[in-house]
Design a protein around this ligand. Structure first.
Ligand code: GLU
Length: 446
């Protein structure tokens, strides 16, 4: 990510509201994700005429903690890792958001992502605030036993601030069902009572939910289908590129190919795989399931070209769904993109500078906190089932998820059209309003 964050950011089509008209003292930071989150918030706050006290409140996280995590490594040595949990807002309900394991995880990154969760849950209409956490580590260098010790130590250290009515973590980058079980088990043992609703994304056998694994990808695919409908592009004639073939991207590709779209490109850390006549997604899916590290490395089929990860982003298609990490579409490649639409499966995959370049090239972006909200909506379903101790079928789960995604897509699509703003700005305006109203009604503590 090379973009200059000090450059003025505008996400409205006219660039009229970039937060410069606010008289509050604006927070500044060198962390690109937090700078982007704040700029997006300030711009939308100015545009909606948000009370400046509320601008102050919502531009700060309610709680942010750092913990040190001493772990005995498999070779007997001791290493200390850094862990974080940030609760941006609990105005609408308990904080909700994932835990990521990645070398770039920092307190500021967690704050940015926690605020994105606040807006995501608000926009989705679910009863949660926003949180995010993680551990700065390289999970590829850790054995399963080391990851277990790390997760359990982290759970013990943040146990005082989590709970089904306080803060409910979930999977995020490089975490999944095993980490969630270790987390839930550790807190349950510490409290001497079973605490299933303390995390979501658990395996089906241990109070998880049928449908949760595929939920984010199903939500992304639903947004792509609704977008194609809205712009009158036949799904059966559409060509899609999915960048990132992890949990989100692989399921988005699967649902889109089942719907009749041609998936012309996919990619992961092992590079890009391009097939103008369409990738056999079921085969790619099988390939990663059988690969020891769940990667596309070695995947082949007739007519497939192995290209670089960068080339896949710049290939010909109608829709690009970046489903990997933040900053994939940035100042250096935005002008080279050949797609007409971007649907953000990852959190923050398009930088603000790229947003501007895309806007001037007429490329529409469906923003992350709308497009990937299927994951947290699915988490909400799991939590509801945990609180009730009563489980739904996968069909019930999906039949509840898809209509919510469709409604949310159209609410933002229509609002963007009536307000004459880009979808990201429209989504912010809708999401901030619901949280701001809740803060106003609840008032300050003293
Ligand atoms: N990590 C996912 C996200 O960023 C899911 C969060 C959750 O389910 O709480 O939306």
């Amino acid at each position: 990510m090379t973009d200059d964050v000090s450059k003025k950011i505008s996400v409205g089509p006219s660039g009229k509201f970039d937060g410069s008209g606010l008289s509050v003292k604006k927070r500044t930071t060198k962390n690109i994700l937090l700078a982007t989150a704040l700029e997006n918030f300030y711009g939308a706050a100015e545009e909606m005429g948000l009370d400046e006290g509320l601008v102050e409140i919502l531009s700060h996280a309610e709680r942010a903690i750092s913990v040190s995590l001493p772990i005995t490594m498999d070779d007997g040595s001791i290493r200390v890792f850094e862990g974080y949990r940030v609760q941006h807002s609990t105005a609408l309900g308990p904080a909700k958001g994932g835990l990521r394991f990645h070398p770039d995880v920092s307190l500021e990154e967690c704050e940015a992502l926690a605020s994105l969760m606040t807006w995501k849950c608000s926009l989705a209409g679910i009863p949660y605030g926003g949180g995010k956490g993680g551990i700065s580590c390289d999970p590829l260098e850790l054995s399963s036993n080391e990851k277990e010790r790390l997760t359990r130590t982290f759970a013990a250290r943040i146990a005082p601030i989590v709970g089904e009515w306080e803060d409910v973590p979930a999977p995020d980058v490089n975490t999944g069902a095993p980490e969630m079980v270790w987390f839930m088990d550790t807190v349950s043992k510490l409290r001497g009572r079973f605490e299933p609703g303390i995390v979501t994304g658990k395996p089906i056998s241990i109070w998880g939910s049928k449908g949760r694994t595929a939920a984010t990808g199903l939500g992304v695919a639903t947004c792509i289908k609704e977008l194609l409908n809205a712009v009158k592009l036949d799904v059966n004639k559409s060509r899609i590129i999915i960048q990132g073939f992890g949990n989100v991207g692989s399921y988005a590709a699967k649902f889109m190919s089942e719907a009749g779209a041609k998936i012309v490109g996919i990619s992961d850390v092992t590079g890009g795989y391009y097939a103008p006549d369409g990738i056999d997604v079921a085969k790619a899916f099988d390939h990663i399931s059988n690969h020891p590290k769940k990667m596309l490395e070695g995947f082949s089929q007739a007519g497939l070209k192995h290209v670089s990860g960068e080339e896949i982003l710049e290939a010909e298609a109608d829709v690009l769904a970046p489903c990997a990490l933040e900053g994939a579409v940035n100042a250096s490649n935005a002008a080279k993109l050949k797609v007409k639409y971007i649907v953000e499966g990852a959190n923050g995959p398009v930088t603000p500078e790229a947003d501007e370049a895309l806007l001037s090239n007429g490329i529409k972006v469906v923003p992350d906190f709308l497009a990937n909200s299927g994951g947290v909506i699915g988490s909400y379903f799991e939590w509801v089932q945990n609180l009730a101790g009563y489980f739904w079928t996968e069909e019930e789960y999906n039949n509840r998820l898809v209509p919510i995604m469709k409604d949310n897509f159209h609410r933002v699509w229509n609002y963007a059209a009536t307000q004459d703003v880009v979808m990201r700005r429209a989504a912010f305006l809708v999401a901030i309003k619901r949280v701001a109203d809740a803060v106003k009604m609840r008032g300050l503590f003293l």
